[in-house]
Write a protein that binds this ligand. Structure first.
Ligand SMILES: Cc1ncc(COP(=O)(O)O)c(C=O)c1O
Length: 366
């Protein structure tokens, strides 16, 4: 009886993820004919010198990558003005988020996130058997400091916020974040995945506040989501605790080479960032013309409230039928919204043409 034996083996194993839904089958990369605007990628090629560094890294494919990501951490430390002891590197900032949960939470502990926020955090809390407290951004998308410090989240082991925030695209002034960090005696994790599209950033706070851990990624503004490079910046004691539990040789030689090269060629991305800001505003204006309500964005995506009559899921399905993929957030109180990543001019033209066609059909009652 293989099944009975399997059942007995499974029940003898710990199951930290038992509160999660059954493993989803995963999704294949969509057909290249789709216009993919659902995961906030930056669909531009790497600058030539960064691309060359990836190719020459392939010549070292038989070697393990450098121990403890030293060269990559040094490059990030130089770029951001710290020593390498202030830096941890990982396979994207999502790997670093996972480390933070594992390093700093025991079963039964609680963690607080400003909500709506990056929903991957919910899964990480469940995996750690931790309580996940969602504290709503205030109406004006400012930080509800008193609620975080004195409300039900006051015992949370750490507070998480993304700035600019995903999925809202909103940006909170750094002075407000500093007030929270200064008044809190807890760890604050500031996820700056989209910060290169924003007017300011929290790097200077890392120097002033030992209870701040800042996350960066090369996935969004540096067009390297598939290479998987992210950084954590914070006090060496905090960073040391994370490095202690990290896998050996966790990153690969291509990620090292591309990461180092991007960090020393950041100026090569200025045109890319200009393009994204420009397209973002063009698309926002066009969407308003079709009756969408679009929140001001400081990221490479837009969150748009769809016109009355339909909800976000309806538009998601209608756009998919037109060959355009966008994201929806029905579990985050955003039933009437869609999130659109900003891509090339051609991709955004295709998106707007799809919106025009759908709006026209709706007008005709079809
Ligand atoms: C707010 C936020 N943080 C972190 C990530 C993870 O990025 P990566 O793991 O690619 O660095 C994302 C990706 O969508 C995000 O939106």
């Amino acid at each position: 009886m293989v099944d009975a034996k399997l059942q007995s083996v499974l029940s003898s194993l710990a199951q930290p993820a038992k509160d999660l839904e059954a493993q989803s089958p995963g999704q294949r990369a969509p057909d290249a004919r789709y216009v993919k605007l659902n995961t906030n990628e930056n669909p531009f090629p790497l600058p030539t010198m960064v691309w060359r560094s990836a190719i020459s890294a392939l010549e070292r494919q038989y070697l393990y990558p450098e121990d403890d990501n030293i060269g990559l951490r040094e490059a990030a430390a130089n770029a951001y003005g710290f020593s390498k002891d202030h830096v941890i590197a990982g396979n994207g900032s999502s790997e670093l988020l996972g480390l933070i949960y594992r390093a700093f939470l025991a079963p039964g502990d609680s963690v607080a996130m400003l909500s709506p926020g990056f929903s991957f955090n919910r899964k990480l809390a469940v995996l750690q058997s931790a309580k996940f407290l969602e504290v709503l951004w205030s109406d004006s998308h400012s930080i509800p400091i008193d609620q975080l410090l004195f409300g039900p989240a006051k015992d949370a082991k750490f507070i998480l916020l993304a700035n600019p925030n995903n999925p809202t695209g909103t940006f909170a002034p750094i002075a407000d974040i500093e007030r929270l960090v200064a008044q809190s005696d807890r760890l604050v994790v500031l996820d700056e995945a989209y910060v290169d599209f924003a007017p300011d950033n929290g790097l200077r706070l890392v120097r002033r506040h030992p209870n701040l851990l800042l996350l960066r990624t090369l996935s969004k503004s540096y067009a390297a989501a598939g290479i998987r490079v992210g950084f954590g910046l914070g006090h060496p004691e905090l960073i040391g605790r994370l490095r202690n539990i990290q896998n050996v040789f966790n990153m690969n030689v291509i990620a090292h080479a591309v990461g180092v090269s991007i960090l020393s060629h950041r100026a090569a991305y200025e045109e890319n960032h200009r393009h994204i800001r420009h397209e973002r505003e063009r698309v926002a204006a066009a969407l308003r013309h079709f009756g969408f309500r679009v929140a001001p964005s400081h990221t490479n995506f837009l969150l748009a409230r769809v016109p009355n009559g339909q909800d976000g899921r309806w538009w998601h399905a209608a756009l998919e039928r037109e060959g355009v993929l966008v994201a929806v957030f029905p579990d985050d109180g955003l039933d009437h919204c869609i999130r659109i990543s900003i891509g090339t001019k051609e991709q955004m033209d295709s998106f707007l043409a799809a919106v025009a066609a759908i709006s026209e059909r709706l007008k005709r009652g079809g």
